[in-house]
Ligand binder design. Structure first.
Ligand code: COA
Length: 181
């Protein structure tokens, strides 16, 4: 069962963005992650998730397909990996384990594209709901998930290494890809 291929996305980044040095407008596509994406995904983990980042030892087996329930998707612009998502699907429950977008590419719908691919893949794998955990102090991610129809299910105190609380969120997969109004 594969990820949907060739999902076209936004162009960018905007030349005015801090740190971005674009030479052309590039459409973003989403494809399955593969071994050759290891360095790029580990970099995204570090840049996007800081102290909670996964290192090479955790990412490599997932990209290699050695973890049967785990799938990686990457967002690519002009051959650069600019975002990634990790899904674990077991039975009727799927878990979005990671989603991250390079800072220069944020607020352009890249995470939305990755999530749409995750939702489609999870549904095809037989899941009927998608769960995730997010730090309660991660405002951008909470806003992103609320925009995409996730609702709070529970809170887990001291879930993260620094003592932060996790918000557990879920959404059904019946309306795959639909945004909240
Ligand atoms: C959360 C994250 C993945 C969003 O990626 P993104 O590509 O910028 O998201 P999108 O462009 O698809 O955003 C879609 C919508 O989500 C909401 N959103 C996303 N980022 C937001 C922010 N910083 N502030 C407020 N709302 C935000 C908005 O409603 C946005 O729509 P809009 O731009 O039209 O207002 C990105 O900020 C990121 O990589 N953060 C660091 C890693 C992380 O925290 N991952 C989640 C861990 S659980």
């Amino acid at each position: 069962m594969g990820w949907p291929d060739g999902v076209a996305g936004p162009t960018g980044p905007d030349p005015r963005d801090h740190g971005a040095v674009p030479t052309t407008s590039s459409p973003v596509t989403v494809r399955p992650g593969r071994d050759a994406d290891l360095d790029a995904v580990v970099d995204l983990e570090r840049v996007c998730l800081g102290r909670d980042a996964w290192g090479e030892a955790l990412v490599a087996p997932g990209l290699a397909g050695d973890l049967p329930t785990v799938s990686y998707a990457v967002a690519v612009a002009a051959d650069d990996v600019v975002g990634h998502a990790v899904l674990s699907a077991v039975g009727d429950v799927a878990e979005l384990q990671r989603i991250g977008v390079a800072p220069a590419w944020r607020r352009r719908g890249v995470a939305g594209l990755l999530l749409a691919a995750v939702v489609e893949h999870a549904g095809a794998a037989g899941a009927d709901r998608l769960l995730l955990e997010v730090r309660e102090d991660n405002g951008p991610a909470l806003a992103f998930y609320a925009r995409h129809g996730f609702e709070e299910l529970a809170r887990r105190r001291r879930y993260y290494a620094d003592g932060a609380t996790a918000v557990v969120m879920q959404r059904g997969l019946g309306g795959a890809g639909r945004m909240a109004p």
